[in-house]
Design a protein around this ligand. Structure first.
Ligand SMILES: [Ca+2]
Length: 210
């Protein structure tokens, strides 16, 4: 009797835990369809574009005036052996007749979250390593809000330029950051949840039958 209760409770709590923390750390640029990217201009106007896959490996936004692009996995890295930089997010002011003074990426609306913790010790389970924001222009600052899971996962990244330094027409900013995805539970998780319910229900029937 005790064993059945214990089994049911363990299965239930295990599946509930999995549901709350099912984070996929392997996110590709082409996966992030629907996240929004908003550029803020020197005249206080702003413009939002919606992210999509641009080819088989590159995702981003590009309306001919300004673009943000990323190739491959969102977790950028530098391979010293081949001197290659991976996962560089690149914002380009192609032809806006305004300087860009800020950028906001809302990934949380599609269940993607910026993972800002470099280690894994305190990370949300499944998120693996993340990284602190680094940019080619060290006068820009990044802030993260729309917290999803403390202390590492945030839905929104805001980039702001120092007032004396903007992104003029023809200029580009490159940066590294990491996104993970919160996913709906897989069928196996739902299966263990159902098993937990069945175990508890059958126990209840037995108890009430006595
Ligand atoms: Ca991560």
């Amino acid at each position: 009797m005790l064993k059945k209760w214990t089994l049911g409770i363990i299965l239930l709590s295990t599946s509930l835990f999995s549901q709350a923390t099912l984070i996929n750390s392997a996110v590709e640029a082409v996966d992030m369809d629907g996240i929004t990217v908003t550029a803020f201009f020197a005249d206080s106007s702003q413009e939002t574009q919606i992210w999509s896959a641009l080819n088989s490996t590159v995702g981003g936004v590009d309306n001919g005036d300004w673009s943000l692009m990323l190739e491959g996995n969102t977790f950028g890295d530098f391979d010293q052996a081949t001197n290659t930089l991976y996962g560089l997010w690149t914002l380009t002011n192609i032809a806006v007749n305004q300087d860009i003074v800020g950028l906001t990426i809302d990934a949380g609306i599609e269940g993607f979250y910026f993972d800002i913790l470099s280690g894994t010790l305190l990370s949300t389970p499944g998120s693996e390593a993340g990284r602190e924001f680094v940019a080619s222009d060290d006068t820009v600052t990044a802030t993260f809000d729309d917290v999803f899971s403390e202390p590492d996962l945030y839905g929104t990244l805001n980039i702001a330029w120092n007032p004396n330094n903007t992104l003029a027409t023809g200029q580009a900013l490159s940066f590294l950051t990491d996104t993970d995805k919160a996913e709906i539970p897989e069928p196996s998780t739902l299966f263990s949840f159902a098993l937990g319910l069945i175990a508890l229900t059958s126990l209840r029937r037995k108890s009430s039958g006595k």
